[in-house]
Design a binder for this molecule. Structure first.
Ligand SMILES: Nc1ncnc2c1ncn2[C@@H]1O[C@H](COP(=O)(O)OP(=O)(O)OP(=O)(O)O)[C@@H](O)[C@H]1O
Length: 360
C-alpha cells in the first residue's frame, strides 16, 4: 500500500436516532500520523462519529475503512483502534501498572511481553515512579497520562480521544495540551481528537474538521480555518471577528469586490459565492486591522471614530464607529508597539488577503 492511501476512510456515514439525524452523509479521509480534531458545538455529531470509528455504534448508512479493510461491522476488540475517554475510565482498584497492562492482557499476550510493553510505555510517558500507585493517589494530569499509556500500550493504528482534557482545570489543561501534542509527534500515531473548545483545537491540531448539525462545515489547517473561514458559522465559532455586510459588485483578478458603507472593499472568496448585486458578508480578524492618522496605502481603508478602548494587558481592544456611526469595527492594538489611537477620528486599513468573503 502506498503512503498516499489514507489510514481511515469514512464513506457516506449517516446515523439516525429515530427522527434525530446525528450524522448526515459524512465523507472524510484521515492520513497516517495526522492529528485531526473534530470541532463543533454540543450535539453536532462528534461523539457519534468517534463511537462509530471505535465500533461502539453501527452507522445507519455508510462505511468505515481502516488500513484498506472495511471494519464497519467489526466489534471494537477486533479493530486496531483504541479510545481515551473524558473521565479516563481507569480502574480504581488497580495500580497504574495493572491499568496499563489491562488492554494487553485482553489481547492474550504472554506475561513477559505484557511486562515489556507496559514498562516501555510507562517509561516513555514518565510514569515509572507511579507504577504501584492507585489512580486516586494521582493528580488529574497524571491520571490522564495513565489513560493515554493504557490506550497506547497495545500499539493501535488509530487513537480516538473524546474530550480527554475536559476534566482538567484551565492551567493544567494548557500544559497537558502541549504534552499530548508532543506525545503524538514522538509516537507518530494517528490521533482523532474530539473537542468543542476552539482554542484547544487551534493549539493542537494538524487539521481541524468543523462540524455543524451532522455535516462538515469546513475542513482545513488551523490557519486556514482562522484566516479563511468559508462560512459565517466557522468565522464566528473560531475566534473573534468583524462581520461586514455589504453587496457583491464583481471580481477583480482573484479578488472579490464588495460595496460596504459607501466604500469599495477587496477580499478573497471561496467558490460559489452569490452573483452581482447580492448581499454578501465578509470576515476580518481583529488583529488584521491597522490604524493611522493619514489614509493608509492598503487597498481597504475606511475612516472612523474611536468610541471605546479596553485595556487587556499586552494589547488593547478598540471599538471604532464607521459610516453613520451605526457600524462598529473591533480591533486589537499591540500596547508595546503603541499604534496611536488617541485621535478621535482615525483611518483603519487592511489588506484584501485578510478579508474572507463568506459563502453564506
Ligand atoms: N443514543 C442516542 N439516542 C438518541 N439520540 C442520540 C443518541 N446519541 C446521540 N444522540 C443525538 O444525536 C445528536 C449528536 O450527538 P453527539 O453525542 O454525537 O453530539 P456531540 O457533538 O458529541 O455533542 P457533545 O459535545 O454534547 O458530546 C444529538 O442530537 C444527540 O442528542
Amino acid at each position: 500500500m502506498s503512503d498516499q492511501t489514507p489510514l481511515v476512510r469514512i464513506e457516506g456515514l449517516s446515523k439516525h436516532f429515530g427522527d434525530t439525524v446525528a450524522l448526515d452523509n459524512l465523507t472524510l479521509d484521515i492520513a497516517k500520523g495526522e492529528f485531526v480534531t473534530f470541532l463543533g458545538p454540543s450535539g453536532c455529531g462528534k461523539s457519534t462519529t468517534l463511537r462509530i470509528l471505535g465500533g461502539f455504534e453501527r452507522p445507519t448508512t455508510g462505511r468505515v475503512i481502516l488500513d484498506g479493510e472495511d471494519v464497519t461491522r467489526q466489534p471494537p476488540e477486533k479493530r486496531h483502534v483504541n479510545m481515551v475517554f473524558q473521565d479516563y475510565a481507569l480502574f480504581p482498584h488497580m495500580t497504574v501498572a495493572q491499568n496499563v497492562a489491562f488492554g494487553l492482557e485482553l489481547k492474550g499476550m504472554s506475561r513477559s511481553e505484557i511486562r515489556r510493553r507496559s514498562e516501555e510505555i510507562m517509561s516513555f510517558l514518565e510514569l515509572e515512579s507511579y507504577a504501584s500507585r492507585y489512580p486516586l493517589q494521582l493528580s488529574g494530569g497524571q491520571r490522564q497520562r495513565v489513560a493515554l499509556a493504557r490506550a497506547l500500550a497495545p500499539d493501535p493504528a488509530l487513537l480516538l480521544l473524546d474530550e480527554p482534557l475536559g476534566a482538567l482545570d484551565a492551567k493544567l489543561r494548557g500544559q497537558v495540551q502541549q504534552e499530548l501534542k508532543s506525545i503524538q509527534r514522538r509516537t507518530r500515531k494517528t490521533f482523532f481528537f474530539v473537542t468543542h473548545d476552539q482554542e484547544e483545537a487551534l493549539t493542537m491540531s494538524d487539521r481541524i474538521v468543523v462540524m455543524n448539525k451532522g455535516k462538515v462545515e469546513q475542513d482545513g489547517t488551523p490557519e486556514e480555518l482562522y484566516f479563511r473561514p468559508a462560512s459565517r458559522f466557522v468565522a464566528e465559532f473560531i475566534g473573534e471577528t468583524n462581520l461586514l455586510s455589504g453587496q457583491m459588485r464583481g471580481t477583480e483578478g482573484d479578488k472579490v469586490v464588495m460595496d460596504w458603507e459607501n466604500t469599495t472593499l477587496l477580499g478573497t472568496a471561496p467558490a460559489g459565492i452569490p452573483g452581482k448585486g447580492q448581499p454578501i458578508t465578509a470576515s476580518v480578524r481583529l488583529e488584521k486591522l491597522g490604524f493611522s492618522a493619514e489614509r493608509p496605502q492598503t487597498a481597504n481603508a475606511v475612516q472612523g471614530r474611536v468610541v471605546g478602548k479596553t485595556f487587556l494587558g499586552s494589547r488593547m481592544a478598540v471599538q471604532v464607529a464607521v459610516g453613520d456611526g451605526d457600524v462598529l469595527l473591533k480591533a486589537y492594538v499591540d500596547v508595546q508597539t503603541g499604534q496611536s489611537v488617541d485621535d478621535d477620528l482615525i483611518w483603519i486599513g487592511w489588506e484584501p488577503d485578510n478579508m474572507a468573503v463568506l459563502n453564506d
